[in-house]
Design a binder for this molecule. Structure first.
Ligand SMILES: Cc1cc2nc3c(=O)[nH]c(=O)nc-3n(C[C@H](O)[C@H](O)[C@H](O)COP(=O)(O)OP(=O)(O)OC[C@H]3O[C@@H](n4cnc5c(N)ncnc54)[C@H](O)[C@@H]3O)c2cc1C
Ligand code: FES
Length: 285
């Protein structure tokens, strides 16, 4: 069992959790993830290692509630335990001094790029982090990312904070203005990562994206996370999660992620009532 030491909602439906997992913290490296089972009967769900503290023996996750498994997790509180946490999984990123690296992130990716920003900065890179959200109240980790980036750009779709638009628009503008970007990393929804690749391809900037197919065992045995990259079959759990955005078969990734869409929607209702029931029945005089 793995104890949750801290848990806080940092934006609507987005939770930061610090979990006691010394063996994982000891080996964690930027770009890796864990697979969690909330209880003995839960699904196995992957989450990125945002941060880790080897001395304290803790790992930090940012979890966005989207369905049954993430809902089960957010119903827990500090002091509760999760049944299983396996990791670190996946191939760590090659952390080198590339020059200038740009990180594009949205949704849970804003948290997920924190460890990458820190590692790239420590390796001597100039780090530009561009985070996107629909509106200002959905942004989080501003201070953390400012501390690990040379430049933090916030974008909002409604224009309520920073630049109006998407994170990839900022990357595009920088490239069009002749700014030198030596590597781009994108973490977030499939559409955003696909756009990141489309934008950087004509400029010849190597772009790595954290693919998020459905995963089960996380060991390359079950085949659930199969993706096609450069016409070759890869398993995102053991060959990824980062792949060259210019080589990914995006249509296949969309289709495979949506395979259980209807079942997932029905599963949410089986987790817990959305409105908590009153502790005692309400007596109507
Ligand atoms: C390597 C890897 C790392 C990941 N890291 C993180 C992380 O750090 N934090 C995090 O919150 N999630 C992360 N994810 C995504 C996370 O695993 C899924 O969101 C999770 O499986 C959802 O499980 P669920 O049962 O709650 O929702 P599901 O029932 O699986 O999905 C519910 C609905 O939400 C949609 N959905 C599923 N995933 C997403 C998503 N990521 N964004 C938007 N909609 C989605 C589904 O299509 C479905 O319609 C990662 C995925 C991978 C493969
Ligand atoms: S999750 Fe089973 S092969 Fe990757």
């Amino acid at each position: 069992m793995f104890e949750i030491l801290e848990k806080r909602e940092i934006a609507p439906n987005v939770h930061r959790a610090v979990i006691h997992a010394p063996a994982i913290a000891k080996k964690a490296r930027a770009g890796q993830f864990v697979i969690m089972m909330v209880d003995e009967r839960s699904e196995r769900v992957p989450f990125t290692l945002c941060d880790w503290d080897r001395q304290a023996g803790t790992v930090t996750l940012v979890i966005q509630e989207v369905g049954q498994s993430t809902r089960k997790f957010v119903l827990l509180k500090a002091g509760d335990q999760v049944a299983h946490l396996v990791g670190p999984l996946g191939v760590p990123l090659d952390v080198e001094n590339y020059g200038t690296v740009a990180l594009a992130a949205g949704c849970y990716g804003i948290g997920a790029v924190l460890g990458i920003a820190r590692a790239m900065k420590q390796a001597g890179n100039r780090v530009i982090t561009v985070v996107e959200a629909d509106s200002s109240y959905l942004h989080y980790f501003r201070d953390e990312l400012r501390a690990t980036s040379d430049e933090l750009v916030q974008t909002t779709i409604d224009g309520s904070d920073g630049i109006k638009g998407h994170s990839v628009d900022v990357i595009k503008r920088k490239l069009e203005n002749g700014e030198q970007l030596d590597r781009v990393f994108a973490v977030g929804c499939v559409f955003m990562m696909m756009l990141a690749g489309n934008i950087t391809k004509p400029f010849g900037v190597k772009t790595l994206v954290a693919l998020n197919p459905i995963m089960l065992d996380g060991t390359g045995m079950c085949g659930a996370c199969r993706v096609t990259v450069g016409k070759e079959t890869k398993f995102a759990c053991v060959d990824g999660p980062f792949f060259d955005a210019h080589e990914v078969d995006w249509d296949e990734l969309w289709d495979r992620r949506a395979a259980y869409g209807e079942d997932e929607i029905h599963a949410v209702a089986r987790t817990a009532a959305v409105t908590p029931r009153p502790a005692r029945p309400v007596r109507l005089s």
